[in-house]
Design a protein around this ligand. Structure first.
Ligand code: HEC
Ligand code: HEC
Length: 370
């Protein structure tokens, strides 16, 4: 056998052996991936991706009951398998971008709540967003731990520590101080799942390190060249005129530096305070006709069945880096995503449908610049 071929075979066998070892270790406990970057990587670390997470549960007397691994059907490790039961409900959730999430955390709850009043004043549009009251879990029993939810497809989280702790537990399989429980499918006596303990050198937990890093990401920047074109400018005006901006709220100013939030556990730092940001979302839940009957919450005790068919208005900043749109990633582009806007968004979508091809193109150019 030629030496080159022999070398290729040795490398191949080595990689195969690694893979076998890797898989058997990975399968030891329920999780979806080994790193956050597996799902949060576009256009850069902590962005979004086309990876989806499958939510799973059953319907019982009109109520959704999450399955035993936090309502998630895990890719690796023991996971409740599809029983093929008629009452089973399954839904996909596409990975969200975390870029700029530190600024979102620093938005006052009051500013999110006021979006509902603005929508009520334009009653003829039929838009009635709902505020989610979500806990900053790290605030423990503090009376001020409930804030307007803003993270996740259901605005089920209000703080980055809570949202990252949830992901650490339910995506990577690592228990932590906010999610210490084992899944019922994986009893501790078996082989306890890893627990997030402080690093010997830095004294920081993985959770603290992750929240710190996410808070230091910049929001996605616009395509400045495209945004400066007359088409994009005209598109932005139309976006406001026909009512897209009633839900996709363009602008917020974050709380002043030093303001204590998350039940007093976190002070808005200088670099995140008093900043003008453009996330294009009201962070409220709406029924736009895309519901799949699955409510989600930070913890089971916060599950609100009335949110089963609603979704958070998807923030549109960084839109040009996303490909599979809407909660399930099923819409290949913005035209397809807009076409799926029914329910509360019906009137606004009809206005869009009645635009001329040139005007539609202007809105599309504006969306491409985000
Ligand atoms: C298997 C894919 C996957 C992995 C791995 C993953 N995530 Fe996510 N992430 C998602 C999905 C899907 C959502 C949307 C969840 C939902 O609301 O249904 C999300 C949402 C989030 C959000 C809310 C973002 C927002 O702006 O609304 C945060 C924060 C987050 N993830 C942090 C993390 C961290 C930190 C890690 C690593 C510990 C991680 N994720 C690992 C798929 C993943
Ligand atoms: C009633 C509130 C509402 C109105 C009005 C509205 N949207 Fe949305 N929009 C949503 C919600 C909620 C979602 C997420 C729905 C889902 O994932 O199923 C969404 C998702 C989107 C998405 C997909 C983004 C992504 O990252 O997946 C685009 C693009 C979009 N909207 C554009 C528009 C445009 C353009 C208009 C005006 C023609 C508009 N929307 C009007 C609430 C609204």
């Amino acid at each position: 056998m030629p030496f080159a071929l022999f070398r290729v075979m040795i490398v191949y066998l080595f990689l195969l052996a690694l893979k076998v070892v890797g898989v058997s270790q990975a399968d030891a406990y329920p999780h979806n991936a080994a790193t956050c970057e597996r799902c949060h990587n576009l256009p850069t670390r902590f962005g979004g991706s086309l990876m989806t997470v499958q939510r799973i549960g059953t319907s019982s007397e009109g109520m959704f009951v999450p399955a035993s691994e936090g309502g998630i059907h895990h890719r690796n490790g023991e996971s409740e398998q599809s029983a093929g039961s008629a009452k089973q409900i399954i839904g996909e959730r596409v990975s969200l971008s975390l870029l700029g999430d530190g600024y979102i955390e620093a938005i006052a709850s009051r500013d999110i709540e006021q979006n509902t009043q603005r929508q009520q004043r334009q009653a003829s549009l039929g838009i009635a967003g709902a505020v989610v009251s979500a806990p900053a879990l790290e605030a423990g029993a503090s009376s001020s731990k409930m804030r307007a939810g803003r993270y996740g497809w259901k605005s089920q989280h209000s703080s980055l520590i809570s949202s990252c702790a949830d992901s650490l537990r339910n995506e990577l399989g690592m228990r932590n101080r906010l999610y210490p429980e084992e899944y019922p499918t994986h009893p501790a006596s078996d082989n306890p799942t890893p627990f997030d303990t402080p690093d010997a050198k830095t004294h920081k937990t993985e959770l603290e390190r992750l929240a710190y890093e996410v808070r230091h990401t910049s929001p996605p920047t616009r395509d400045a060249f495209l945004f400066a074109t007359s088409d994009a400018q005209a598109g932005e005006k139309l976006f406001e005129q026909i009512g897209c901006a009633v839900c996709h709220v363009p602008t917020y100013k974050t709380l002043p530096p030093g303001t204590r939030i998350n039940g007093g556990t976190y002070k808005v730092p200088k670099f995140l305070g008093n900043a003008v940001i453009h996330p294009y979302s009201d962070f409220l839940l709406h029924d736009v006709g895309t519901g799949d009957g699955i409510p989600q919450a930070a913890k089971p005790e916060y599950l609100d069945q009335s949110t089963a068919n609603k979704f958070r208005t998807a923030p549109l900043w960084g839109l040009r880096f996303r490909h599979g749109l809407m909660h399930d990633g099923d819409s290949p582009g913005t035209e397809a995503a807009i076409a799926r806007h029914g329910g509360e968004a019906t009137k606004v979508r009809q206005c869009y449908d009645h635009l001329t091809p040139i005007e539609k193109n202007q809105i599309q150019t504006f969306l491409k610049s985000l």
